[in-house]
Design a protein around this ligand. Structure first.
Ligand code: HEC
Length: 148
């Protein structure tokens, strides 16, 4: 064994390590891509879910809320609002969302306000469908707490 750490040894570690971790990155990327359809249940994306996502974007809900951890931290996480406010029941959740959207902004002093969006009942139903679909993505139980 060489007594000294030579330039060529350093080079071999550099290229060998770089190549090894590049292969690892490719492998993990392929693994993730193959796993995604089983986790997101994309076969359940109906027209209503897609429309709901459009309303979500058009009204910039993510400007205040987070969804599965991504977004702004001004207002509650909505990735699990279906469980939190609907108890996992679709009808209960849709009723909740229609009333919730209808009474904004709440006239409670000192409380953060959510704007009134003047959405139709159908648009709110589609938003509910989108949030229900989102809540069923298998993301290893994120967020860890029911209150978001
Ligand atoms: C300007 C910031 C803002 C925007 C934009 C916004 N929200 Fe909110 N939202 C809030 C705040 C603040 C609260 C908490 C209000 C409270 O508890 O009184 C809230 C609460 C909620 C809740 C209830 C959460 C719970 O756990 O009870 C739902 C559902 C909700 N928003 C849906 C939406 C949807 C859908 C949109 C887009 C159409 C949206 N929000 C856009 C600020 C916002």
């Amino acid at each position: 064994m060489a007594e000294q750490f030579t330039k060529s040894m350093a080079r071999n570690i550099y290229y060998g390590g770089g190549f090894f971790f590049f292969l690892l990155l490719i492998g993990l990327t392929v693994d993730t891509m193959l796993d995604l359809p089983k986790r997101d249940h994309r076969e359940n994306i109906t027209i209503a879910v897609a429309q709901g996502k459009k309303h979500w974007e058009d009204n910039n809900c993510i400007g205040c809320h987070s969804l599965l951890g991504e977004g702004a931290y001004f207002a509650p996480e909505l990735g699990n609002v279906f469980q939190r406010r609907g108890g996992g029941d679709e009808e209960t959740f849709k009723q909740f969302l229609i009333s919730w959207m209808g009474v904004q902004p709440l006239p409670i002093p000192g409380r953060r306000k959510m704007p009134q969006f003047h959405l139709s009942k159908q648009e709110i139903n589609e938003l509910a469908e989108f949030l229900i679909w989102t809540s069923r993505i298998n993301n290893n139980d994120w967020p860890p707490n029911i209150e978001g």
